[in-house]
Design a protein around this ligand. Structure first.
Ligand SMILES: *Cc1c(COP(=O)(O)O)cnc(C)c1O
Length: 387
């Protein structure tokens, strides 16, 4: 049987339409978008069309889009760029405790510089509460950053509410929408979002390109010095092929979102029902319905997540423990721990993220293999333990 890739939250396979749109910009259309000649002008046109397409996808204007090398750089630019530009106003930043490491580590870097960070708790389903955000706000608060959807457990946060609260208090609001973009509708105006991070490779686009939306008028200190590219907010020769690929992927994802999210929600629920119904000692991490269409995250009693992932890999299934960034560390997931669960439960967390190329047959096979392998691992560990 062909391999089943079910780790779409880590990265996705690039779609053929995206590759096709990108190819000319590696060869014939190789100009530098900042050059004044015809080669440069062609690249510049393609870059600006891509920027307009990304802007349209989130109801922003093209001038509000900064291309970056990905979601990580967008998060870093947002967190450090806003904090350092607003230092005179205050030194307090609020982030959720289940953010991606790109946000958490950027916040920690600011702590070293003297900023104070509040890490908001989440409830057992992974939701940040508006009341907690409200009570964390002080006179010194300059920024709130809460992700749109979590990469491990798929929980979709109440960001429109947080945005409106931030607006009422005159505080800048950033959201990491890398996981939700193209899967859940986003409207930066309606949701009162000041900054928003995006990445192409999570939506069947190329790796190494992303974007940061920055609402017009929000002060931002550039974090990469050099040429005047991206309106002086992010120096470096533009990745034209990447931007074209990103825009193509975004346009297709937005167009296909209503149907695809319905299809993936059905597959996800089939997987959750089969696993919870058939595997003894299985629990679902995250909320049952207010989660990303393709995301399922389970914990299994008396199972090591890493061991299970290796077993699944041998059976042709690519899944993950927690996030890709922590899957080579043996630290329990900070997200599962934040739900109030034990390190044992966190160590057993197993993430299956379905995408465009997954089918119902895949889901049935995954559910069957999960059940078998969980039981087998338990038999092995029972044989090894001294009773
Ligand atoms: C993948 C991911 C990132 C990092 O994006 P890259 O483009 O891989 O740097 C940031 N935040 C979230 C929520 C992600 O899932």
């Amino acid at each position: 049987m062909a391999r089943i890739y079910a780790d779409n939250a880590a990265t996705t396979q690039m779609r053929p339409e995206v590759l096709k749109a990108m190819l000319p910009y590696f060869s014939k259309e190789y100009g530098n978008a900042s050059s004044l000649h015809k080669e440069g002008a062609g690249a510049k046109t393609a870059l600006e069309e891509a920027r307009a397409e990304i802007a349209k996808a989130i109801n922003a204007t093209p001038e509000e889009i900064i291309f970056t090398s990905g979601g990580t750089e967008a998060d870093n630019l947002a967190i450090k760029g806003v904090a350092l530009a607003n230092k005179a106003k205050g030194d307090h930043i609020i982030v959720s405790s289940i953010e991606h490491p790109a946000v958490l580590r950027a916040a920690q870097a600011l702590e070293v510089l003297g900023f104070k960070i509040t890490y908001l708790p989440v409830d057992p389903d992974g939701f940040v509460s508006l009341a907690d955000v409200r009570s964390a706000i002080t006179k010194e608060t300059i920024m709130i950053s809460v992700m749109h959807a979590n990469n491990e457990i798929g929980t979709i946060e109440p960001i429109a509410g947080i945005g409106s609260l931030a607006k009422e208090k005159g505080i800048v609001f950033h959201t990491d929408a890398v996981q939700s973009f193209g899967k859940v509708p986003i409207d930066v105006k309606r949701m009162d979002i000041d900054l928003l991070s995006l990445s192409a490779h999570k939506i069947y686009g190329p790796k190494g390109i992303g974007a940061l939306y920055v609402r017009k008028g929000i002060p931002l200190l550039q974090q990469t010095q050099g040429g005047p590219q991206e309106g002086g907010r992010r120096a470096g020769t533009e990745n034209v092929a990447g931007a074209v690929g990103f825009a193509t992927a975004a346009q297709l994802a937005i167009k296909e979102m209503p149907r695809e999210s319905r299809r993936l929600t059905k597959l996800r629920d089939l997987l959750i029902m089969s696993v919870i119904g058939n595997v003894e000692g299985a629990r679902l991490n995250g909320h049952a319905t207010r989660r990303l269409p393709g995301n399922a995250n389970f914990s299994f009693k008396r199972i090591e997540g890493e061991a299970l992932i290796m077993m699944l890999d041998e059976k042709g299934i690519a899944a993950s423990t927690g996030s890709a960034c922590s899957s080579h560390e043996l630290k329990p997931s900070h997200v599962i721990l934040a739900l109030g669960l034990s390190p044992e439960v966190a160590h057993s967390s197993t993430r299956v993220t379905l995408g465009k190329y997954n089918t119902e047959a895949h889901v049935r096979y995954i559910a069957r293999v999960l059940q078998k392998e969980v039981n087998r691992l338990r038999e092995i560990s029972k044989g090894m333990s001294v009773e």
